[in-house]
Ligand binder design. Sequence first.
Ligand code: HEC
Ligand code: HEC
Length: 158
Amino acid sequence: MKLCHFKHWFPLALTAIVCCSSLSTQSVAAESNESVESLRGPTAISEEAKAPALKKFPKERELLDLNYVGQPPLIPHSIRGYKITNNDNRCLHCHSWDNAVSAGATRIGISHFRDRNGQVLADVSPSRYFCTQCHVPQVNAKALVPNIFEPVESLKTP
Ligand code: HEC
Ligand code: HEC
């Protein structure tokens, strides 16, 4: 906290004291938070956490049942090397309305053409452009936190 060196300046403007004391309270709070374990593990906030081991993503899988209405379906195939950049979205090579039939892939949902005000657009909405923000590939992974959520009966395959 470089700013707090102002503390030793004399004479002190009152505003500076107020500012510095609130800053130092914040830094005390941040230090004590370091003992709280979050999903990133016990690593101190000031240190870089070790990246978790890469999961083994299956190449090709059956579609998984949805767990709730409005869930983004999980990706049933590998997405290794599929880049999404400003100029090119690999996912749309197969999932756009133009290409889906020839690629044998599901078309992106109608909802993907609506902007945040509900206005229907002629192309994929920018808010839906980064597919992997919502869609993740299937993988056999341990739940990060305990979860006893059960899907409603109507979503289960008999
Ligand atoms: C080479 C073509 C191809 C590319 C590229 C591709 N997919 Fe797919 N995708 C498919 C096919 C084929 C299916 C399977 C459809 C099925 O089994 O019914 C599929 C299925 C899916 C599904 C499940 C759809 C459903 O019906 O529930 C999602 C979600 C999905 N892909 C997302 C993505 C995302 C996100 C990317 C980019 C990171 C991507 N795909 C890239 C071909 C592709
Ligand atoms: C903001 C979250 C979000 C983003 C970003 C997003 N999707 Fe989706 N997607 C969903 C949700 C939620 C659904 C299920 C409901 C629906 O169709 O809107 C879905 C459904 C789908 C489906 C299945 C449609 C169907 O008829 O069963 C496909 C395929 C798909 N998305 C592909 C994509 C691709 C490809 C991209 C990137 C271009 C993308 N999505 C970006 C949330 C998202």
